[in-house]
Design a protein around this ligand. Structure first.
Ligand code: GAF
Length: 388
């Protein structure tokens, strides 16, 4: 059975330092690291002031950096052929993948930090375009490296807030993906052994939820159907949610209940709002079920969440539906699609001794259906952004 490895952070950092020195001519002064994430439940709830429950992956992005004497930013990636070079001002419109990296430096400077020109080389073990938040991992790895260059302490609450905010600005303003903040929050605040309950409502915040998997594995399956948040589907869902809140006379769907939602005239908008209201309730129920070790209930909640995303929010795809159904048939106690949707990954809770059987069953089903071979990984709950 093949699972995509996260690699050893110390070894990856050392290898990246060497590659940086070859390219830049001098060694980096810092290496920042930030993880991808898998969301257990609470999808598209973040921009509706709702709840979600992500876990930081052991698979992370690494950003090696060294300050320059001028105000130029040069970014390169071990995964991408193209790099980017420009001034800190021009970083506000850096194109393609470089926008996530250079955009964070721009956003930190906009927030008042004395960001210097920087040479940056990044490396990633987060599968790209897999709905596992490779973009927030990149943003927050660069943010961690920048904090290192600026002498800011990543354990400091204000610094963490600044990194989350800078990552969000890079993504929404520089790249133009109207996302909601879950990914950057867990990339910075994730803790080993925990899921992170995030409350995006007024006065909300984050709570570490100890995750006692009791002989289970969080198995992620990347369908390799590439998902792009910059495409129109994500923004269209967000617009529908805003339309629903407006029609109900509310600021956000967090304040909505099912009864008035069921009276909404527009059938599509009604189904979108139904997903959000029921999904927020499922997050609270999942936390309770996890705390009680009630895996059967977690299974029911994941099942309902998947159906809601498939039928009401309409963000699933045949590959995700097959991955989820076959995982359950092969013995997973719970499975659902995860992340923004339109491709990407599923997450399943599988008794350790059944992982092999589930992986084989999903692989065989993908062959039968003529889908691309999926990639699986073990989502061991891990720490958020740090220097390595
Ligand atoms: C993507 C977005 F970036 C998040 O903000 C969130 O909305 C998620 O999709 C869906 O839950 O990862």
């Amino acid at each position: 059975m093949h699972l995509a490895e996260s690699g050893d952070p110390t070894a990856l950092s050392a290898a990246l330092r060497e590659r940086f020195a070859e390219r830049v001519g001098e060694p980096p002064t810092v290496v920042g690291r930030a993880p991808g994430r898998v969301n257990l439940i609470g999808e598209h709830t973040d921009y509706n002031a709702g709840l979600c429950l992500p876990v930081a992956l052991p698979h992370a992005t690494y950003a090696a950096a060294r300050a320059r004497a001028d105000d130029r930013v040069r970014v390169a990636s071990l995964q991408q052929d193209d790099g980017w070079e420009g001034t800190l001002d021009e970083a506000a419109s850096a194109p393609g993948w470089a926008g996530y990296a250079a955009g964070v430096l721009w956003a930190l400077r906009e927030a008042g930090h004395a960001v210097p020109g920087v040479d940056l080389v990044v490396d990633s073990r987060v599968p790209l375009g897999a709905g596992l938040s490779s973009s927030a991992a990149l943003e927050c790895a660069v943010g961690a490296a920048a904090a290192g260059l600026l002498g800011l302490d990543l354990a400091d609450e204000g610094v963490r807030e600044a990194l989350v905010a800078a990552g969000m600005r890079a993504e929404t303003e520089v790249v133009g993906a109207p996302t909601g903040g879950m990914d950057q929050t867990v990339a910075v605040r994730g803790e080993a052994g925990h899921a992170l309950l995030i409350d995006f409502g007024p006065g909300g915040g984050t709570t570490q939820v100890p995750l006692d998997l009791a002989g289970h594995t969080l198995l992620v399956t990347d369908t390799r159907v590439s998902h792009e948040l910059v495409d129109g589907g994500y923004a269209a869902r967000r617009a529908d949610c805003e339309a629903a809140a407006a029609a109900l006379g509310l600021d956000t769907l967090r304040e909505a209940t099912l009864e008035p939602v069921e009276t909404l005239d527009d059938e599509r908008v009604r189904r979108r709002a139904t997903h959000i209201v029921t999904e927020i309730a499922r997050v609270t129920a999942t936390v309770a079920a996890l705390e009680a070790g009630d895996w059967a209930e977690v299974g029911r909640l994941f099942d309902a969440s998947h159906a809601s995303m498939r039928d009401d929010f309409e963000i699933s795809c045949p590959e995700l539906d097959v991955a989820v159904a076959v995982a359950v048939e092969a013995g997973a106690v719970a499975a659902r699609m995860t992340g923004g949707g339109f491709g990407g990954s599923s997450v399943a809770v599988v008794a350790d001794e059944r992982v092999d059987a589930v992986v084989r069953a999903v692989d065989a089903a993908f062959v039968r259906e003529g889908f691309r071979s999926p990639v699986h990984l073990r989502a061991v709950p891990s720490d958020g952004a740090a220097l390595v």
